[in-house]
Write a protein that binds this ligand. Structure first.
Ligand code: GLC
Length: 471
């Protein structure tokens, strides 16, 4: 099949969150299965054109944009069997991927530019990701030349819908007709993609069920319920070549499920690097991710002092809500040697935390899939998570399921429930011995590669093509 991806961020070129990891690694897995994949992303200014050998000269097109036109260039590269096209336009490319008042317009133009590049050579399927690429779905749906192209839309996070003024529709060349979920003069790109895609999917089976309820549906539960028959849940994979404790150039010593001695070396090296006391017997908890409500930062903030008081150590890497950043800075100032805080993003340090920590904390309020727990399992770092979304699908509590358990989880979103799970995990860690080694080995032997999920996406694309033909 010829498959088109459109996403705002794609690793390793431009990355803000998990969307980039998926848009960067799923295409390779599909190419590995013999499909032809082309990925479109905006040519953000942060992308290192020299490093990735992105050509300066490229074909350009004039793109209809409201009553006027805009110019876009299409430099392309081929890497690991995947063609990637960086849509270059003065109106789209900025230093940051998101965070500008005109984001809705930038991404509407991005969608139009992708559409313009597809009409001459219609693909089998167009797969758009999250709200930034969402308007591409109704655009493809309406394009006469693309009558044979199926559409798939994946929700990575329903909390961001791109809601904006209806005037964007004119720029996008779409009719103004309003969806029932839209307010007057409002355009909700994500809702429009959900309404018009041949198949809608999200990144875990549990989240696909959760978003049909008011608690997780973000106001779109009714619309999603109407699409229930075409709503799929496919759990993300991770790039098991990049994340591999047996061959990771970023970490102090390599190890695997059969020989875990290198993991102790990694722990000591991480403690040293981040200014923690070098102590093999202190349970070391890792936290990597945005310090925002979604990730349960309030629970972390409430439970951290207890963890430290009980002799634990915490290593935290992320950025986020300024109010929480300030709180964490204050705590770190008082807990030297026990709490190491890095406000920022550093992929290499992240890998050393995955390798060096004993346990990994992810008490999310909601979690479409979550990649941190998958990466930590791969490194034999035992996850402690809230049982929601993809976390519920991938982490089994050891006390509930002693034979298959690979971590610890709790259900109710409150500090006491989280603290209880952390205490249970800490007790296991202190028991140590063969049981702990076995638990780690079980975690490390799980298969979270893309192989099986990529095959499910191929089924999804077939279903999208079929639905399109039937229509
Ligand atoms: C978003 C979600 C996260 C998911 C990722 C990739 O960042 O919040 O749960 O893993 O997208 O699909």
């Amino acid at each position: 099949m010829r498959i088109i991806f459109a996403a705002a961020e794609v690793a390793p070129y431009a990355k803000v969150g998990g969307l980039a990891d998926v848009a960067g690694s799923l295409p390779q897995a599909l190419a590995g299965l013999g499909h032809e994949v082309t990925v479109y992303l905006p040519a953000h200014r942060i992308i290192d054109a020299a490093k990735f050998a992105i050509p300066e000269k490229a074909e350009t097109r004039s793109i209809p944009y409201g009553a006027s036109t805009a110019r876009a260039g299409y430099p392309a590269i081929l890497r690991d069997g995947v063609r990637t096209i960086f849509v270059r336009s003065a109106r789209i490319g900025r230093d940051k991927v998101y965070g500008y008042p005109d984001d809705a317009k930038r991404y509407a133009l991005f969608c139009r530019a992708v559409l313009a590049d597809l009409v001459d050579r219609p693909p089998d399927v167009v797969h758009a990701h999250d709200w930034h690429a969402a308007l591409l779905v109704p655009m493809v749906d309406r394009a006469k030349q693309l009558r044979g192209s199926g559409t798939a839309f994946t929700i990575h996070n329903l909390a961001y819908q791109g809601r904006t003024s209806a005037s964007v529709l004119r720029l996008a060349g779409l009719p103004r007709s309003r969806l029932p979920v839209e307010a007057r003069d409002e355009c909700n790109p994500m809702a429009r993609a959900i309404a018009s895609a041949d198949i809608v999917s999200t990144v875990s089976e549990r989240y696909a069920e959760e978003i049909l309820t008011p608690e997780f549906g973000e106001g779109l539960e009714g619309l999603l319920a109407q699409r229930r028959a075409d709503l799929w849940g496919i759990t993300n994979g991770i790039d098991t070549k990049v994340f591999d404790p047996a061959h990771d150039p970023q970490i102090a010593a390599s190890y695997d499920a059969d020989d875990q001695t290198g993991k102790d070396v990694c722990k000591a090296a991480l403690q040293k690097e981040t200014g923690l006391q070098v102590d093999a017997l202190a349970p070391l908890f890792g936290v990597i991710g945005r310090l925002v409500e979604q990730k349960g930062v309030d629970l972390l903030t409430a439970v951290a002092p207890k963890v430290l008081a009980a002799g634990g150590q915490l290593v935290v890497l992320g950025t986020g809500d300024p109010a929480y950043e300030a709180k964490w800075r204050g705590l770190a100032g008082k807990q030297k040697g026990r709490l190491a805080l890095t406000l920022g993003f550093d992929a290499a340090l992240a890998q050393r935390i995955y390798a060096g920590a004993d346990l990994f904390l992810m008490p999310s309020r909601f979690e479409p899939c979550g990649l941190g727990q998958l990466i930590s399992l791969r490194y034999g770092t035992i996850p402690v998570v809230r049982a929601v979304g993809g976390l519920a699908d991938t982490v089994r509590d050891l006390d509930t399921d002693p034979r298959r358990g690979n971590g610890f989880s709790f259900a109710t979103y409150d500090p006491a429930a989280f603290a209880d799970a952390v205490e249970r995990a800490t007790r296991r860690f202190h028991l140590g011995g063969h049981q702990w080694t076995q638990l780690r080995a079980r975690a490390m032997r799980e298969d979270h590669s893309w192989t099986s999920s990529a095959m499910r996406y191929v089924d999804l694309y077939r279903a999208a093509s079929k639905a399109r033909r039937a229509a």
